[in-house]
Design a binder for this molecule. Structure first.
Ligand code: ADP
Length: 836
C-alpha cells in the first residue's frame, strides 16, 4: 500500500478549513495526493473523475450539504466504495453522527481535528477502500466469470437446441426423403415397369443385369428370360453391337443410336438406344445403363412418308396436268414437267420469273388485280391466255389454292393448270356455229314469217281475187247491162228511123233517144277506159287556166234539164267572185269528177234538191255535192269508193251504173292533190266533198273560148282525112259538110304520106292511128319529116292519156278521141289552122 500514493479528497466550503486539513494530511501522509472541492457538486465531480481513496466531507455547506453529497456518492455504484469521513465542528453531535452513518458514511471526525485521529481514520479508510476495491474487483471478476460461464452455457444451450432442432428437422427431412424416395422409387419402378421405353443394365461383358418388363412389348422376351443372358442375342446386326461398345468405351455414353433388334420370333424392330457407362467407387467402369426406344413405327412411317413423297413427286412430275407455285409477289417457286411441256419452257427459264410475263399482255393487268384477291380468298378458278415459248397463244384454265405456314400466313400458291385451247377453240367454233345457226334460224324465222306473211297476203289476195272475181262477174253483168241497154235503144230506134214512112216528129224523138243512148254508152266506155288508165298508172294531170265559175255554171246548165224532169231542184252556190275563181287546174278531170257526183246525186234523189258548189278553205277549194236522196248506209261509206262497188247489188236494182264513177273520181281528186269523203245517212241524203289546191291564176284574163257554132266560115280549104273505116270517114265527111272544105281521103298510112307529098295544098290532116300498111304514128313521123309545119290531128278510138301522149310525141299537133263530136272536131281544126 505504501507504494501507492494515497489520494484524499477534502470537500469543504471553507478554504481555511481546507488549508488546515491539507496541512494535517501532509503532516501525516506527506506523499498523499490531496484534492480539494469547495462545494458538494464539485466534490462529486472530483470523486467521479479521480476515484479518491477517502473523502473528507464537511456537513454544512451551501447549495448541497454533506449528507446530500454523501447520499449521492453512496447511491452511485461506482463511487459507493469510496469511504466517506464526515468532518464537523459540532462536537458530539449525536444526531449528525447517526444521520451521517445512515447516509453511508464510514466515520465521523469532529473539529478541530486530531492529527492522530485523522491519521488513524484515514489509514482505516484507506484499508476499507482497498478492501472495498478488492471486493468490488472480485465481485466484478466473479460477475464477469459468471457472465462468461452463463454466456458459454447459453451458447452451449442454444447450440444444443439448434442441434436438437437440426436433428429433428433432419429426422423429418430424412423421413420425408425416405418417403419421397420410396414414392419416387415406386414411381420409377412403375415407370420402369410400364413405360414403353426399355431401361436396362448390362455388365461390361454384355450380360443383362436388369431390364424393364416393357422389353416384352417389342421383343416378345420376358424380362426374366433376358436377365443373365448376353444382350447381343437381341441384336439383328452383330456389327451394331461392335460399334455400340466401341463408342461407349470411347465416349462413356451413346445418344440416339439407331439399330435393328430381333424379336423372339425373328421380327426386326427398329430401336433408338441411349446408354452410358457407370463407374464403381474406385472410378473404374462397372456396368452400362441404357434405354431402348422402339422406333419401328416412326421408321416405318418415315419410310411410308418417303415412299409417299416419292410417289407424289412422281405424280407431280409425271402428272398430265401442269402445276405451278408462286410466291407472295407472284414469282415462280416451282413448276412440274407438264407445266414446262405445256408452255415449251425449260425449268430455269421459269423459276424466279414473274407469272404475269407468261400471260398474254391483255391479261397482265387482270392478274395484278386478281392475285391479291386470290391470296385473300385462298382459292381461285380462272382462265387466262398464256404465251407459249414459240409465241402461240394458249387458253389455260387455272384451279388454285394457297399454302400457309404454321401460323396460317400465306406461304405460296398451288395451282393446277390445264391447256384448254382446243376446248376453247371448239367452244368458239360451237359458239360461232351456234351464232351461225341462230342467224340461220333467224333468217329461217324471217323466211317463215315472210312465208306466213306471203300466205296471209296470198289468202287476202285470194280473197280479194275471189272478191274481185265476184265483183268482175257482177261488173260484167252490169257492164253488159249498161252497154246493152243503150245499144238496144240505138239499134232499135235506128232501125225504126230507116223507115222512110216514119212521121218527122217520131223520127226526131227517136233520134233524140239514139243520141241519149249513145251518150250513155260513151259514158260507160269512158269509165272503163279511165279506170284501166288509172290502174296502169298512166293518168297525168294537165293543168291550165280555167274559170271555175264558168265551168260550174256550164255544168249547172247541163244538168238542169234532167233535174227539172225529176222535179228536183238543182242549185249552184257559194261561188267565189269571178276574179278569184280564175284558177289553174286540170279542168277536164275536175269536170269529170263533178259530173259524176252531180249525176249520182240526181240518180239517187227522187225529190228534194241537189246543191253543189265550192268554198275556199285554208288555201284549198272544197267542193260539195249534197242531195236529199236515198243516202248510203255507214258500212258502205268506204266501200263505194272501190271499183265496181255499189250499195245495190241485186239484179232487181233500180239504178243503173258501172260502180266505177266514185273510184275514178277519188283517184282523180287525189292526183290533183286533194282528198274526197262523204257524209251520208240512209233516207236522209248524202253530201260528197272533195278538195283541190287553190292555185289562183295571176294572169289578167283568159280569152273565152269561141262559141262552137261560129267557126264554120273560117274552115280551111283542104283537109286530108286518113281513115281506113268507111263509116268513120263518112261520119267525118258528114260533120264537115256545109263547111268550106275540100276533103281528101287516104285509106292507110302509106297513102296519107304519099298524098301529103304530092299535094302541097293540104292544110290539115285528120290522122287515124290504127290503119293497115302503116299506122298513124309512123305516117305522122314521115309527113312531119318533109312538112314539119303541117298540122296533124290524131283521131282515134285509143283514148287514153298514153295514146294521146304517144301521138303528140310522133309529131301530132292535137288529139281527138272517138266518138268524135262535131263541135269539138271543128273547134280543133280551127285552132290548128289559126296556129299554122
Ligand atoms: P255508179 O253510180 O255507176 O253505180 P259510182 O261509183 O258512181 O258508180 O257509185 C257507186 C255507188 O255508190 C252507187 O251505185 C250507189 O250505190 C252509191 N252512190 C253514189 N252516189 C250516191 C248518192 N248521191 N246517193 C246514194 N247513193 C250513192
Amino acid at each position: 500500500m505504501d507504494s501507492k500514493k494515497i489520494k484524499i479528497l477534502a470537500i469543504d466550503d471553507n478554504k481555511d478549513n481546507l488549508i488546515s486539513i491539507n496541512a494535517l494530511i501532509k503532516e501525516a501522509f506527506p506523499d498523499a495526493i490531496i484534492l480539494n472541492a469547495l462545494s458538494g457538486k464539485k466534490g462529486i465531480e472530483l470523486a467521479t473523475s479521480q476515484d479518491p481513496d477517502v473523502i473528507l466531507l464537511d456537513i454544512v455547506m451551501p447549495d448541497m450539504d454533506g449528507f446530500e453529497v454523501c447520499q449521492k456518492l453512496k447511491s452511485n455504484i461506482k463511487l459507493s466504495d469510496i469511504p466517506i469521513v464526515f468532518v464537523t465542528a459540532i462536537k458530539g453531535d449525536k444526531e449528525s453522527r447517526i444521520r451521517a452513518l445512515e447516509c453511508g458514511a464510514e466515520a465521523f471526525l469532529a473539529k478541530p481535528i486530531d492529527e492522530s485521529e485523522l491519521t488513524a481514520e484515514i489509514r482505516a479508510m484507506v484499508k476499507i477502500k482497498a478492501a472495498n476495491t478488492y471486493k468490488r474487483d472480485e465481485k466484478e471478476r466473479l460477475a464477469v466469470f459468471i457472465e462468461e460461464q452463463t454466456q458459454e452455457l447459453n451458447t452451449n444451450y442454444i447450440s444444443t437446441l439448434n442441434l436438437l432442432e437440426d436433428l429433428r428437422t433432419e429426422n423429418k427431412t430424412r423421413k420425408e426423403s425416405e418417403a419421397s424416395l420410396r414414392e419416387s422409387e415406386e414411381k420409377y419402378r412403375t415407370i420402369f415397369e410400364n413405360v414403353q421405353d426399355v431401361f436396362y443394365q448390362t455388365d461390361l461383358t454384355g450380360t443383362v443385369l436388369e431390364i424393364s418388363p416393357s422389353i416384352k412389348h417389342f421383343s416378345e422376351f420376358d424380362r426374366e428370360e433376358l436377365i443373365g443372358s448376353p444382350v447381343a442375342n437381341l441384336y439383328y446386326n452383330p456389327d451394331d453391337r461392335v460399334i455400340f461398345l466401341n463408342t461407349i468405351k470411347k465416349d462413356g455414353e451413346l445418344r440416339d443410336y439407331e439399330l435393328m433388334l430381333r424379336t423372339k420370333t425373328g421380327v426386326v424392330k427398329y430401336v433408338s438406344v441411349n446408354a452410358q457407362l457407370a463407374f464403381d467407387s474406385d472410378g473404374k467402369p462397372h456396368h452400362i445403363d441404357g434405354a431402348i426406344r422402339d422406333i419401328t413405327e416412326r421408321i416405318q412411317s418415315q419410310e411410308t412418308l418417303k415412299e409417299s413423297e416419292l410417289r407424289f413427286r412422281m405424280l407431280f412430275d409425271k402428272a398430265p396436268l401442269g402445276y405451278q407455285s408462286l410466291d407472295i409477289d407472284g414469282y415462280f417457286i416451282d413448276t412440274n414437267q407438264a407445266w414446262l411441256d405445256t408452255l415449251g419452257y425449260e425449268r430455269e427459264e421459269v423459276i424466279g420469273k414473274w407469272f404475269g410475263d407468261f400471260l398474254a399482255p391483255k391479261y397482265q393487268n387482270g392478274f395484278r388485280k386478281r392475285f391479291p384477291i386470290f391470296k385473300a380468298q385462298g382459292k381461285i378458278h380462272s382462265e387466262f391466255e398464256m404465251i407459249h415459248k414459240n409465241g402461240d397463244i394458249l387458253f389455260i384454265a387455272f384451279d388454285g389454292r394457297i399454302g400457309t405456314d404454321l401460323n396460317g400466313a400465306f406461304k405460296q400458291t398451288h395451282c393446277i393448270l390445264k391447256d384448254i385451247t382446243e376446248q376453247k377453240q371448239a367452244e368458239l367454233q360451237i359458239q360461232a356455229n351456234n351464232e351461225h345457226i341462230e342467224l340461220q334460224n333467224q333468217e329461217l324465222q324471217q323466211l317463215i314469217e315472210e312465208l306466213n306473211q306471203t300466205n296471209r297476203e296470198l289468202v287476202i289476195a285470194k280473197d280479194k281475187a275471189e272478191e274481185s272475181d265476184h265483183l268482175k262477174t257482177a261488173f260484167l253483168h252490169n257492164i253488159s247491162h249498161e252497154i246493152r241497154t243503150p245499144l238496144n235503144s240505138i239499134m232499135g230506134f235506128t232501125e225504126f228511123m230507116s223507115n222512110p214512112d216514119l212521121a218527122p216528129e217520131k223520127r226526131k224523138h227517136f233520134a233524140e233517144i239514139v243520141q241519149r243512148s249513145s251518150c250513155q254508152l260513151l259514158s260507160v266506155i269512158s269509165d272503163i277506159v279511165s279506170i284501166a288508165t288509172i290502174e296502169a298508172g298512166q293518168v297525168r294531170i294537165a293543168e291550165k287556166e280555167n274559170n271555175l265559175n264558168s265551168t260550174l255554171r256550164l255544168l249547172h246548165e247541163q244538168f238542169l234539164q234532167k233535174a227539172q224532169e225529176q222535179n228536183v231542184s238543182l242549185n249552184l252556190n257559194h261561188l267565189l267572185p269571178d276574179n278569184d275563181a280564175k284558177i289553174i287546174t286540170d279542168e277536164t278531170k275536175l269536170v269529170q269528177v263533178l259530173t259524176n257526183l252531180i249525176g249520182n246525186a240526181l240518180k239517187f234523189t227522187q225529190q228534194g234538191y241537189v246543191n253543189f258548189g265550192y268554198r275556199l278553205k285554208d288555201n284549198e277549194l272544197e267542193f260539195f255535192v249534197e242531195d236529199t236522196g236515198i243516202g248510203i248506209p255507214p258500212e258502205m261509206h268506204h266501200e263505194i269508193f272501190e271499183r265496181f262497188r255499189q250499195v245495190e247489188t241485186t239484179t232487181t236494182r233500180q239504178f243503173g251504173g258501172s260502180g266505177l264513177g266514185l273510184s275514178i273520181s277519188k283517184a282523180y281528186v287525189e292526183l290533183m292533190g286533194g282528198k274526197m269523203w262523204l257524209i251520208s245517212e240512209p233516207g236522209k241524203g248524202s253530201a260528197f266533198y272533195f278538195t283541190i289546191p287553190y292555185k289562183k291564176n295571176q294572169k289578167i284574163s283568159i280569152a273565152e273560148k269561141p262559141a262552137i257554132n261560129t267557126i264554120e266560115d273560117e274552115i280551111p280549104k283542104t283537109i286530108l282525112v286518113a281513115e281506113d273505116e268507111d263509116s268513120n270517114f263518112m261520119l267525118i265527111e258528114e260533120m264537115l259538110t256545109g263547111v268550106n272544105t275540100n276533103i281528101i281521103r287516104a285509106v292507110n298510112g302509106v297513102d296519107a304520106v304519099n298524098i301529103c307529098k304530092s299535094n302541097q295544098h293540104i292544110d290539115v290532116v285528120l290522122m287515124d292511128i290504127k290503119m293497115p300498111l302503116m299506122d298513124g304514128y309512123e305516117a305522122t313521123r314521115q309527113i312531119k319529116g318533109f312538112r314539119p309545119n303541117l298540122p296533124i290531128i290524131a283521131q282515134t278510138a285509143y283514148s287514153t292519156e298514153a295514146d294521146k301522149n304517144k301521138a303528140l310525141a310522133c309529131g301530132c299537133s292535137d288529139f281527138i278521141s272517138k266518138p268524135i263530136k262535131k263541135n269539138i272536131l271543128i273547134s280543133k281544126i280551127k285552132e290548128q289552122i289559126s296556129k299554122s
